[in-house]
Design a protein around this ligand. Structure first.
Ligand code: 5GP
Length: 125
């Protein structure tokens, strides 16, 4: 079920537990601001999730409350992950779902990074 991004942050959501090391993940990148790992149910040959270390429900929450340092660190981390995975030359897609219409299921901000094949139009037609 999609989440309501106006709800307070749930410290026991699955990505918070991954950040605390309580649940394993297939890590691809980590720095002071972000963690990246393979999606458990990949929708493309490359499907990685990049999450900030801070407690933010969604892109909306992050863009409103995060410090300039956190925002810079997270945005740079997303770019670093794409470069590390060799996705820049062939190209890739970034996606952040927010709330009901965006079909966001996990209430911790995550950016999906897709690649490894031509991804087609942005939305089903
Ligand atoms: P959303 O719809 O919230 O944007 O996407 C959540 C994503 O998290 C989905 O693509 C789903 O497969 C992934 N996911 C959910 N639980 C886990 C988990 O425990 N580990 C990993 N690696 N990915 C997860």
């Amino acid at each position: 079920m999609p989440i309501d991004p106006r709800e307070p942050y749930d410290p026991n959501n699955i990505f918070a537990r991954i950040l605390r090391g309580e649940i394993p993940c297939q890590q691809v990148y980590a720095d002071d601001w972000a963690l990246a790992f393979h999606d458990i149910n990949p929708q493309a040959p490359v499907h990685v999730l990049v999450i900030p270390r801070g407690a933010y429900v969604s892109w909306d929450d992050f863009s409103a409350r995060a410090s300039a340092e956190e925002i810079t660190g997270f945005v740079r981390a997303v770019g670093a992950v794409a470069r590390q995975l060799g996705l820049v030359a062939p190209g890739y897609r970034l996606l952040a779902n927010v709330g009901f219409n965006g079909h966001q299921e996990v209430p911790h901000l995550h950016v999906h990074l897709f690649g490894g094949q031509p991804l087609g139009p942005m939305l089903a037609r």
